[in-house]
Design a protein around this ligand. Structure first.
Ligand code: 5GP
Length: 136
């Protein structure tokens, strides 16, 4: 896998505001936060995204997300957080080393996160069939 800025942060070749570290994961402040307190959690092993990471490493990342989310929330007196992750450029991934965003939300309604399409039961049913077929 190509080297990324997150690889450099892991190796301490680039500075970052690190808030948590264990054997498998690292958490640090996002350099361009969506909201104050926006924190990133990454595996130390350089997986690109959800399409190549193994179960154990992803579980370690999510353990860290769960562990530090209350601290991230409380650090800015937020009420909630978004737990978000982008996988491939089409989905907004810009750094190709898997990461999970913890984005504190102090109040509702200050920005729209998802557009909402009208419910289309025929389309949903067709897509659901394709997903079930792919999984099987
Ligand atoms: P993505 O768009 O891939 O989901 O998220 C990548 C995130 O990494 C962006 O939110 C961006 O602000 C953050 N980022 C990019 N380069 C750096 C960096 O050098 N240091 C830190 N701390 N965050 C970075």
């Amino acid at each position: 896998m190509e080297d990324t800025v997150f690889g450099k942060i892991i190796r301490r070749e680039l500075p970052a505001e690190i808030v948590y570290e264990d054997d498998e994961t690292l958490a640090f402040m996002n350099i361009e936060p969506v909201t104050p307190g926006h924190t990133l959690v990454i595996p130390k092993k350089p997986f690109r995204n959800i399409f190549d990471i193994d179960d154990e490493t992803l579980a370690a990342v999510m353990r860290t997300v769960r562990k530090i989310s209350p601290a991230v929330r409380d650090s800015v007196n937020a009420k909630g957080v978004h737990i978000n992750s982008n996988h491939e450029a089409e989905a907004g991934q810009t750094v190709f080393h898997l990461h999970v965003h913890i984005i504190p939300r102090v109040e509702r309604g200050t920005y729209a996160f998802w557009p909402k399409l009208p419910h289309d039961p025929v389309e949903a049913s067709e897509i659901a069939s394709r997903i079930r077929k792919e999984i099987a």
